[in-house]
Design a protein around this ligand. Sequence first.
Ligand code: SF4
Length: 347
Amino acid sequence: MLHLLDQTPDQLQAWFVERGLPSYRAGQVWRWVFGGRVAEFEQMTDLPRALRSQLADAFGIFTSRVVKHQQADDGTEKLLLELADAQRIECVLLRDDQEHRTICISTQVGCAMGCVFCASGLDGLVRNLRSGEIIEQMLHVQRLLGSETERGDQRLSHMVVMGMGEPLANLDALLPALAVATSPDGLGIGARRITISTVGLPAGIRRLAEQDRPYHLAVSLHAADDALRNRLVPAGSKVSVASILAASEDYFEKTGRRVTLEYGLLADLNDRPEHAGRLVTRLQGRPALINVIPYNPVPGLPYRRPTAAATARFVGTLRQGGLNVKIRYRKGDRIGAACGQLRRGRQ
Ligand code: SF4
């Protein structure tokens, strides 16, 4: 059986045409899945009954199931999904005061990057997700917002590709999934409202820039010098900070979108005045925004969140150095919204 969500709109149209059926049926199916939020072909009531069972014999819509659903007081909801091969991934719905409804998606089972402070990388990479598995996360999270008739303005408005996995290591699956997310027949989320977060793979950054889509790119730097960065992101040791910044500038030139540099602030590791000073020297004159993100401790890992005073001192030094800085706190701390925590908790 084929996974419906692994088919591109063109492939689905071709399936109908090959069987002597009108190609517009493909559009009807997409509208039911994305707009009508149905999970079964039987619910697609404007399709002939015989066609509904033909589709049900040929395709599965959902190949994953929700095995855990957590909700936090701040409106954040987190789903643990079990895939057809029993692997587990996470996706998150974030709400904010401005009526933004943001989905955070995963792109891989596990992660090969091995960032020392992250739960997702602890067991390495298991496998890439397929496009359909990435799109399924969108549909599961969309269902948390209610059915079409009751949803009002309850649409997913933004997307962050910041869950489990390194997105630029699975662009072959991610790019078609984002095409569906941005399509008016899919989720209709504007490309400018989609943020792709990478640990910094220069070749992947350049390939993404070639797509000519104005996705927002966030690059996790975490350190201004190679020695410290290699300690924090061991799998990135062949990639220098200089090459990451060069690729980020190329991205800006190609897309016109300024890259955000993310700096996860870890107590006593990269939060001291000398670290801030090196970052100022490294970034001066570059067209970047910097997000400083005080670390969310992960059970079982020895890293701590810096004190408020250390965070303020670090950010103050960056601002005095002329950098454009914001402090960001991750939502959903109480439900382990740092990626990978829920999955590990179930194993
Ligand atoms: S922080 Fe991101 S890139 Fe690093 S190990 Fe975790 S999931 Fe992978």
